[in-house]
Design a protein around this ligand. Structure first.
Ligand SMILES: [Zn+2]
Length: 414
């Protein structure tokens, strides 16, 4: 199963926006760019919402059939590990094997020695594109990186083989993710990590490293864009080299995660992948929930009331809602409007405050980040919330499609 060059991670919290999201990809298709959809949902998200992967697959199947999507599509068991992969096996054909928790755990000394030995060809090699200073590539450097990442690669191998035993290696796409960690990986680390994954015979097609800068939920990238550009370019070059050197799948590409709207770096990523003729996988799922709330609040008074209620509830439990997300949100509580004030807002003001239009005077990134992590509150409302999704289906779908196409796809692929 060969993953397409361009793929977009979609999927929404409540499995109602399958067609609306796919419509954004159909718009891209009509404009001449093929982007294959990947419905992703993690174990954590299923737990928060009270959903399961059978429902995710059903949403994908129904949208694909309803809109006659012309190509392949994928259902991703996102951020899984050995303890929870079981319940995804029957419904996923894409597995994001998450080993971030094992970074820094040390493999057996003998394994590390063996690994270092197998990489002697890299030492001092001046021909590795993306590695500017060949003198950094010493035996010691490889050993240090091996000590940090080899064990994680071994764990990824265990999960990969578990899935391959059950499904057959040709019946799914494997991604390895290391993005949910504190420190970004350098291009040299990426090179050695790819060596380790190849060493463990994982035919991964996408890899999600951690990049430098902040990728906060729902809002734009925060960091030095020119620094990001250099790093991303070096990563792409290293990846290209690794494919040849370690005999990894030809179509291996980077995967960019986290629920952020990476608007300001999309054009940079787009420019580099086109220049080097590389693919990309970008996960966007979290943003659709926000488009849904915006559509709902614009559609009718009860929709606006629901949106206000979610905010009010979230405002009163900011600490509790945000504690699990310290690495991926930056909310200044002083910048959050008081619920009494929000109660007087008209629909447009609520929508403009929430919608990610960076230079709109009413846009409030603190408000948006808090709403991003508040889908749990909507989940607790159950049918009361999903009933409104059905009632205002058309307005909400338009908002969802527009957000994905104008906000994400156009900035990245055109
Ligand atoms: Zn991720």
């Amino acid at each position: 199963m060969d993953l397409e060059k361009y793929t977009l991670g979609i999927g929404d919290r409540f499995a109602h926006q399958g067609e609306a999201q796919l419509n954004a990809l159909i718009k891209a298709e009509k404009a001449g760019v093929h982007v294959a959809p990947v419905w992703n949902k993690s174990f954590r998200e299923h737990q928060t919402v009270g959903s399961n992967h059978a429902e995710t697959k059903k949403e994908a199947d129904e949208a694909i059939n309803a809109l006659n999507w012309p190509g392949n599509y994928y259902v991703d068991a996102d951020h899984i590990n050995l303890s929870n992969v079981g319940e995804f096996l029957d419904y996923a054909n894409f597995f994001t094997i998450d080993v971030a928790d094992h970074i820094g755990e040390k493999a057996d000394e003998e394994d590390i020695n063996q690994f270092v030995k197998s990489n002697t060809r890299l030492i001092g090699n001046t021909e590795i594109p993306g590695i500017q200073n060949a003198s950094q590539v010493t035996e010691n450097a490889i050993r240090e990186i091996g000590e940090k990442y080899l064990y994680a690669a071994q764990k990824a191998g265990e999960v990969y083989r578990f899935i391959a035993d059950k499904k057959g290696g040709d019946h799914f796409v494997a991604e390895v993710s290391m993005d949910e960690t504190d420190l970004p990986q350098t291009p040299l680390e990426l090179l050695v990590i790819l060596s380790a994954l190849a060493h463990k015979n994982i035919p991964l097609q996408t890899l999600a490293p951690k990049f430098s800068g902040r990728f906060n939920k729902g809002i734009d990238y925060v960091g030095d864009i020119s620094q990001f550009e250099k790093e991303f370019k070096a990563d792409i070059q290293v990846l290209d080299f690794a494919v040849r050197e370690f005999d990894l799948p030809e179509n291996l590409k980077l995967s960019i995660h986290t629920g952020s709207d990476k608007f300001s770096i999309y054009p940079v990523i787009g420019k580099i992948i086109r220049k080097y003729n590389k693919g990309i996988h970008v996960k966007t799922a979290g943003t659709t929930w926000l488009a849904e709330v915006i559509g709902m609040c614009l559609a009718g008074d009860d929709g606006l009331e629901m949106a206000k209620r979610i905010y009010r509830t979230a405002y009163n439990q900011v600490e509790k809602l945000t504690e699990a997300y310290a690495a991926v949100i930056d909310i200044d509580q002083n910048q959050l409007p008081e619920p009494e004030k929000v109660n007087n807002w008209k629909a447009e003001e609520f929508a403009n405050t929430l919608r990610h239009v960076p230079d709109h005077p009413q846009y409030n990134p603190h408000f948006r980040q808090l709403m991003h992590v508040s889908y749990k509150i909507a989940a607790q409302m159950g049918a009361e919330y999903t009933g409104l999704l059905k009632k205002y289906e058309d307005t909400i779908a338009a908002e969802v499609t527009e957000n994905l196409f104008e906000g994400h796809i156009k900035r990245l692929f055109f």
